[in-house]
Write a protein that binds this ligand. Structure first.
Ligand code: GAR
Length: 199
């Protein structure tokens, strides 16, 4: 656990590369969240030991933890263990940043109002997986990303911020994902800062 406890700890959950998590950590540094909001990223937790983002978090001196969902017999058991780990930090915010797990209603209820997610589509369009390919296949002219409060329904909940990008001729899921990701790195820290500011 962090040695210098702050009033508004943030816990970030990741499953992969963690580029959104890194963008949030950098925004916390450059935006002086500790001084302005008494907030800091206190821990990064992954359900995968090979999540690339863990190395970045450790380099930043952030506590990391891994809970492998395969070690738990049920979704409920995993979510209970995850909640116990999160609660060590008494977070003001729990931030899902590419955390590729469906959460149980109990878990969502526990963090109601302080659980955020980013999804790589313009919700309510394209909840779920393969958003970029689905946007291309549907002939969309625009794609984007959404930061939202998490509710028990997957990829739903009050929208806090969105960013729009064009779908360009010749786009693949890969090129479109990269364009959207750049915008994710902009709006996720903004949404968190707004939340900390109370707007
Ligand atoms: C991001 O594009 C994020 O929006 C998406 O996973 C990627 C994680 O990238 N999340 C989801 O699809 C959740 N439904 P990152 O690990 O580099 O932040």
């Amino acid at each position: 656990m962090s040695k210098n406890l702050c009033k508004n700890p943030i816990v970030i959950l990741i499953s992969g590369g963690g580029s959104n998590m890194a963008a949030i950590v950098r925004a916390a540094q450059t935006g002086r969240w500790r001084e302005r909001f008494d907030a800091e990223v206190s821990a990064v937790i992954s359900n995968r030991a090979d999540a690339g983002g863990l190395a970045f978090a450790r380099e930043q001196g952030i506590v990391t933890a891994v809970l492998n969902h395969r070690d738990y017999a049920t979704r409920e058991a995993f979510d209970a263990a995850l909640a116990a780990q999160i609660d060590l930090y008494q977070p003001a915010l729990v931030v899902l940043a590419g955390f590729m797990r469906i959460l149980t209603p109990d878990f969502v209820a526990r963090y109601a109002g302080r659980l955020l997610n980013i999804h790589p589509s313009l919700l309510p369009a394209f909840p779920g997986l393969h958003t970029h390919q689905r946007a291309i296949d549907a002939g969309c002219c625009f794609a984007g990303a959404t930061v939202h409060q998490v509710t028990a329904q997957l990829d739903h909940g009050p929208i806090l911020k969105q960013a729009v990008v064009p779908v360009l001729p010749g786009d693949t899921a890969h090129t479109l994902a990269a364009r959207v990701l750049t915008q994710e790195h902009r709006i996720y820290p903004q949404a968190i800062e707004d939340h900390l500011r109370g707007v």
